[in-house]
Design a protein around this ligand. Structure first.
Ligand SMILES: Nc1ncnc2c1ncn2[C@@H]1O[C@H](COP(=O)(O)OP(=O)(O)OP(=O)(O)O)[C@@H](O)[C@H]1O
Length: 818
């Protein structure tokens, strides 16, 4: 199990230190507390008290990975932190629903809240058109709310009417416009509308129910927009203005987006791939009516890719808002996020907390981020591999911020911009340019931006920030077709960090579990540990053989622990596939060793066949092995294949004779394991195995055809058409693989290692490492697994223990083979 925490040590700066903890499930905080303290501050002692938010923890009783110690949690040594705000517990709330510093959720507990550009304001707004102290919103003892303009330069509008003299009463739901920002005041007097039943997204249960009030409150705000009430989406590649209150609720504003993440209620991740509003984002609001905010939206499905052009700070704020909306509305099962932002780790590291950037397609990185040229090239390789291949329904949105570097990389990006949408890959391309104004007209701004960032030309919609302070967004469709203008919604970096951290521990509901993250797998897996035979003794083996059922085959470790299947129940042959050097021979050896621990030699015979080389030789010492032959010896190979065919005939005869239930059940199992299958069945001209190839193919074909009913199983390393179970080595660390079965999702795993000698604890010790977000796009650090050079390997230890255990076992009924 891996979780990421932020630790505030003694006297730490506000940001704290981000760390990653890797430990077996259920490890108590106690086990890593000292390491956490020294990782954050070298030489620090174990803290006397630890808080998670405002809650004091008992380190012996708090398990890593269980609430509150989940991904994204903030631990504070020595002092408590403020808990998350709970709007349900306060009578009124001010939500910043639109504008250049949108998304804020401010609680009114009573008295006056000052709104302004000043950092000291109770509701600070980074909006150039807002005065330092602009207006005051007061909550009175009777629950009523008023607003007073404090002599602002640009004035205050309440539902369109200027607030000249205060205080002016404010109804719940009223819109206050100040500068380019729009605030909605919500007082808690209105009854909540009914909520359509829908299972919420899953997060490990939270004790104490600290956020239940927030959930309730958020439903009041958000619950009205059931997706089934949605009007059909019409293609509007240049963007669309949506009118009416339902439209406002349907494309939530950014305050609502933050509450979706904090609350994890029914609207979080409500849009699966087939949802009518899937992949449609709200870029801002049309400023037409005083008391409504008609959302201006763009559908990525229609646009293909979306470009954003403008000055750096505003541009980044709008892009943060777009990405956050996508992450709040779509589950990771429907949406993958990738960032290509060379040199911009500081700006985009917050994405690292989102579940959507985990590599779940076997990408060799910790997170799908590209913060330097190598990482960008790796991400582009992974993405361009998917071009021309029909998508699996899950879409990918790729944030492109900055020059990807080298000519090859630029060409790959241009290809992705042109061909990506057809493969479910949509770009969000940022291009820095001065705001479009009278002196720098839109067309010129757009032309200059496209020259600097060619991928912009393939974007079906481009939003250009306009106006003297770049707070409006003009949408332009393909071919320069003019689209609507919106007041652009942007969010601050702090908002984005808070939003993403709230989503970090959330998982999709149990009905559609996300594929286990490939990166959650260990770098190496000792087979004997996965078999729970760390100390392999004859007694332990005898005991297993005695209680045997089926033919248990432990493959290695999946994200949740050891991965096993029953070979007796397998519907057909098993193929181990992969590139040379990916670990096929090792996995085949592990399968042989695993089978040998599940049944004694009296109940199971192993036949080992080498197509090339001698990779299986270490397994030949297992007492179960009755034949070990290689293609280099065609005479023995022919004899072997003849004997195998005879054995199949003998078994068929026993099966035919057998009484009710078939006599075959009394026969020992026979497992044929073939390494380098391709070399065996189609050896190159002049290869020593060539003379025997024909007979081998016939014998193995007979096993495929008849073996299944005769207690004979076939496992080959190589491509075997019609294999029922495929163990595909996917690259990355050696031994990284996927279990693939028809009509079942692929299960990533790390293959068991058996021909080396690995100290028992090397993959189980808890570790704490500082998180370096700039390196998160690299292949995961390969913790060098200490393999002991001298002394017996694990398979030799197993073979010796098995040989001793077999002495005294009832005499096997050996297969009559060479
Ligand atoms: N699961 C594993 N963990 C760690 N190291 C491994 C693992 N599997 C294989 N290796 C090591 O990687 C190297 C290649 O493994 P292996 O020979 O099994 O690959 P292969 O796919 O059979 O390739 P080839 O057919 O070219 O021999 C060997 O040195 C082996 O010890």
């Amino acid at each position: 199990m891996q979780i990421r925490l932020t630790v505030l040590g003694h006297g730490d700066a506000e940001g704290g230190t981000d760390v990653q903890v890797t430990a077996p499930d259920g490890t108590p905080l106690d086990a890593v507390l000292g390491t956490l303290a020294t990782t954050v501050a070298p030489g620090a002692s174990v803290p006397a008290v630890v808080f998670c938010e405002d809650r004091r923890l008992d380190p012996r009783r708090t398990a890593l990975g269980s609430p509150p110690l989940v991904d994204g949690a903030v631990l504070a040594f020595h002092r408590p932190l403020d808990a998350a705000p709970v709007p349900a517990q306060v009578p009124a709330t001010v939500l910043v629903v639109a504008g250049p510093d949108a998304g804020g959720v401010h609680l009114l507990r009573g008295g006056e809240a000052r709104v302004g550009r000043s950092a000291e304001a109770d509701v600070p707004l980074d909006d150039p058109d807002v005065s330092r102290t602009h207006c005051a919103i007061a909550l009175h003892p009777d629950g009523s709310v008023t607003v007073t303009d404090l002599g602002s330069t640009n004035g205050t509008l309440l539902d369109g009417a200027p607030v000249r003299h205060g205080p002016v009463p404010v109804r719940s739901g009223a819109l206050l416009r100040i500068g380019e920002s729009v605030l909605r005041v919500v007082a808690r007097r209105a009854a909540p509308p009914p909520v359509p039943p829908r299972p919420p997204a899953q997060v490990p249960a939270q004790r104490g129910g600290g956020r239940r009030g927030l959930a309730e409150w958020a439903r009041e705000r958000l619950g009205g927009a059931a997706p089934e009430a949605a009007e059909p989406v019409r293609p509007a590649p240049g963007g669309a203005v949506r009118r009416g209150e339902a439209a406002e609720a349907r494309w939530p504003d950014l305050a609502a987006v933050l509450l979706m993440a904090l609350d994890r209620g029914p609207r979080l991740w409500e849009r699966g791939a087939a949802h009518p509003d899937a992949f449609t984002v709200r870029l801002g609001a049309a400023q037409q009516a005083p008391d409504v905010l008609p959302p201006v939206t763009v559908s990525l499905t229609d646009a293909g890719s979306l470009g954003l052009v403008g000055p750096r700070e505003r541009l980044a704020g709008v892009a943060r808002a777009v990405v956050a909306q996508l992450a709040a509305s779509h589950p990771p099962g429907a949406l993958e996020l990738v960032a290509l932002a060379p040199g911009r780790a500081d700006a985009w590291s917050w994405l690292g907390w989102l579940p959507h950037v985990r590599p779940e397609r076997g990408q060799d990185c910790s997170l799908l981020l590209g913060f330097d040229a190598r990482q960008v090239a790796a991400r582009l390789r992974e993405l361009t591999r998917r071009l021309g291949v029909p998508g699996d329904g899950r879409r990918t949105v790729v944030l492109v911020d900055g020059d990807p570097g080298g000519a090859d990389t630029r060409a790959a990006l241009d290809r992705l911009a042109a061909e990506g949408p057809a493969a479910g890959i949509h770009l969000l391309v940022l291009a820095e340019a001065p705001s479009a104004t009278a002196s720098s007209p839109l067309a010129e701004t757009l032309a200059a931006a496209s020259a600097a960032v060619p991928a912009l030309r393939d974007c079906g919609t481009v939003g250009v920030l306009t106006g003297p302070v770049a707070t409006a967004l003009r949408l332009v469709g393909a071919g320069g077709v003019p689209g609507p203008t919106a007041g652009a919604d942007a969010v601050s970096p702090a908002w984005a960090e808070r939003f993403a951290r709230a989503l970090a521990p959330v998982r999709e509901d149990a009905a559609t579990p996300p594929p286990p993250s490939a990166s959650a797998l260990p770098e190496s897996c000792r087979l004997l540990d996965a078999l729970e035979l760390a100390r392999v003794t004859p007694g332990a083996l005898r005991e297993r053989w005695a209680r045997r059922s089926g033919l248990p085959l432990v493959l290695g470790t999946a994200a949740e622990g050891p991965l096993a299947l029953d070979l007796a129940e397998a519907p057909g042959p098993v193929a181990v596939e992969g590139a040379p050097g990916s670990g096929r021979t090792e996995l085949l050896s592990a399968l042989a060793a695993s089978l040998a621990t599940g049944a004694g030699p009296g109940d199971l015979s192993l036949l080992l066949v080498e197509g090339a080389g001698e990779g299986l030789r270490p397994c030949a010492e297992l007492p179960h092995v009755t034949s070990y032959v290689g293609a280099t010896d065609p005479v023995r190979m022919r004899a072997f294949t003849q004997a195998l065919r005879d054995e199949l005939k003998r078994r068929a005869a026993v099966a035919a004779e057998g009484g009710p239930g078939g006599g075959v059940g009394a026969l020992p199992w026979l497992a044929v394991l073939v390494d380098d299958f391709d070399a065996l069945t189609s050896p190159p001209l002049g290869a020593p195995g060539r003379p025997a190839a024909g007979s081998v193919v016939r014998a193995l074909d007979a096993v495929v055809q008849d073996g299944h009913t005769l207690r004979v199983r076939l496992i080959v390393a190589g491509a075997l058409p019609g294999a029922a179970i495929r163990l595909a080595l996917t690259g990355g660390p050696v031994g990284r693989a996927e279990l693939r079965r028809p009509s079942a999702p692929a299960v990533p795993f790390q293959a068991g290692r058996v021909t080396a000698r690995i100290p028992r604890t090397s993959t189980l010790r808890p570790t704490v490492t500082r998180l370096d977000w700039a390196r998160a796009g690299d292949p995961p650090a390969r913790r060098p697994v200490r393999e002991l050079g001298n002394g017996p390997t694990d398979v030799a230890l197993l073979a010796s223990a098995a040989a001793r255990a077999a002495r005294g076992e009832r005499a096997a009924t050996p297969a009559t083979l060479v």
